[in-house]
Write a protein that binds this ligand. Structure first.
Ligand code: ASP
Length: 349
C-alpha cells in the first residue's frame, strides 16, 4: 500500500513514472521484515541473498535491470542507474554489485537474523540422509535471557493454524497446501510442510501519469532456496515487467519460470493493444500459462495447478486490472487519496 501511495504522491509532483515506481518499491526493499524483497529477503540454497530487479521507462522505451546482485539492498535503484547511465540493459552478479558500488550504493550483508534462521531451518529439513540434523533433532540450549522463554528455545514451539499468510503486493503462496504459523518469527508468511518459510514474493509497480506516460518496476529476492545463479522473471524485460508508452504497462509475481516461458508481461501489453481490457489480458495470460504447462508434477490430482502467478496491468488511460492462476492474489491501487486493496480475478479457487 505504501509503495503505490508514495509512487502516486511523486507522480502528482511531476515525477517520471519509472522513477516514482522505483522509489515506491524502495520502501519494501528497505524493510527487514519483508522476506521476499531486498534487505532480509529469503536467501538461495547457499544462504546467500541474490536479488533481481528491473525497471522500464515508457517515453524512451528504455530499460535497466540487475540479476543475482548480492550485498546491495536496493536493486531497483541500481536498475534505474543502469537505465540512466549506461547503454546496456542488464548487469548480473559480481559486475552488477561492482557497478552499484561505483554508483555510490553501499555494500552490506542483506541477511537478517530472521532470514538466516529461516535458511538454517530449511537446510536442516532438506534431506533425511544428509549430515544436517533435522529440525526436531537440533540441540537447543535454554535461553533464559530471551523474554518469555522458559523452556527449550528456538524451534521447539508448538504449531497452530492461522490464516493463509498472504501479504503485500503479489505475494503468492505456492502448492495449495494449508499454510500455518509456528507461532515464532515466521508469522504471516507461507510455510511449507516442515514449517519453513517458503516464498515466491515480489513487488511489481506500474504507473501512468496525467500525460499518459507509463513506467514500471519489479523487484524481488526471488524464489527462496533457489539454486545459486538462478534468475527469475523479475529482471527480464517482457517477462516480469514490460511497458509500451502507446499502450500501458504490466508486471508479474509468482512462479517466474512460468512467466519467462510465456513472456507474460509483454503478451499482456500486446493484448491490451489489441483491445483487451487489463483484467481480460491478465486472465488470458494466466490461462496461456496453464495451457502451456504439460508436466504432471505441476498439477494436483484434481488437475489444479500447484503453482500460481499473478499479473497486474495498467492501461495508459488509467484503467487497471489484475488476475492470478490460483485464488488469493491481490494488488494495491492508488488513483487519488490513499491506496485500496484489490482482489485479483482468478482461474482456480
Ligand atoms: N517471480 C519471482 C521469481 O520467480 C518470485 C515471485 O514473484 O514470487 O523470482
Amino acid at each position: 500500500m505504501k509503495t503505490v501511495e508514495l509512487a502516486f504522491d511523486l507522480l502528482a509532483k511531476g515525477g517520471r513514472p519509472v522513477e516514482c515506481c522505483v522509489r515506491g518499491v524502495k520502501i519494501v526493499e528497505d524493510d527487514p521484515n519483508d522476506m521476499s524483497v531486498g534487505y532480509g529477503g529469503l536467501p538461495n540454497e547457499d544462504g546467500v541473498i541474490q536479488l533481481d530487479s528491473a525497471c522500464m521507462d515508457g517515453p524512451l522505451h528504455r530499460a535497466g535491470a540487475v540479476g543475482c546482485i548480492e550485498n546491495i539492498k536496493n536493486p531497483a535503484s541500481v536498475a534505474l542507474e543502469v537505465l540512466r547511465h549506461t547503454d546496456h540493459v542488464m548487469l548480473v552478479g559480481e559486475g552488477a554489485t561492482r557497478f552499484a558500488v561505483r554508483m555510490g550504493f553501499k555494500e552490506e550483508d542483506l541477511n537478517t537474523e530472521k532470514s538466516r534462521k529461516a535458511w538454517k531451518r530449511w537446510r536442516a529439513n532438506l534431506n533425511p540422509g544428509d549430515k544436517w540434523l533435522d529440525k526436531d533433532q537440533i540441540i537447543n540450549f535454554p535461553e533464559p535471557w530471551r523474554q518469555g522463554d522458559a523452556s527449550g528455545g528456538a524451534g521447539t514451539r508448538g504449531a497452530g493454524t492461522r490464516g493463509t499468510g498472504t501479504r503485500g503486493t503479489g505475494f503468492q503462496p505456492v502448492g495449495g497446501k494449508p499454510f500455518h504459523s509456528t507461532g515464532d518469527d515466521f508469522d504471516h508468511i507461507a510455510l511449507d510442510s516442515f514449517g519453513n518459510p517458503h516464498t515466491y514474493g515480489t513487488i511489481h509497480c506500474s504507473a501512468t501519469n496525467a500525460d499518459q506516460d507509463v513506467g514500471c518496476c519489479t523487484t524481488t529476492s526471488g524464489l527462496s532456496w533457489k539454486l545459486p545463479g538462478r534468475v527469475g522473471d523479475s529482471p527480464l524485460i517482457g517477462a516480469g515487467l514490460y511497458c509500451d508508452n502507446a499502450v500501458g504497462s504490466a508486471g508479474a509475481t509468482g512462479r517466474g519460470e512460468s512467466v519467462i516461458q510465456t513472456l507474460g508481461s509483454f503478451w499482456i501489453v500486446e493484448a491490451m493493444a489489441g483491445g483487451m481490457s487489463p483484467t481480460e489480458a491478465c486472465l488470458a495470460a494466466c490461462k496461456r500459462i496453464v495451457d502451456r504447462t504439460h508436466e504432471p508434477r505441476m498439477f494436483d490430482d484434481n488437475k489444479r495447478p500447484r503453482f500460481s502467478v499473478t499479473f497486474y496491468a495498467v492501461r495508459k488511460d488509467g484503467a487497471y486490472g489484475t488476475a492470478s492462476i490460483l485464488k488469493g492474489g491481490h494488488a494495491a491501487v492508488c488513483v487519488g487519496e490513499g491506496a485500496t486493496r484489490v482482489r485479483s480475478e482468478f482461474l482456480y479457487e
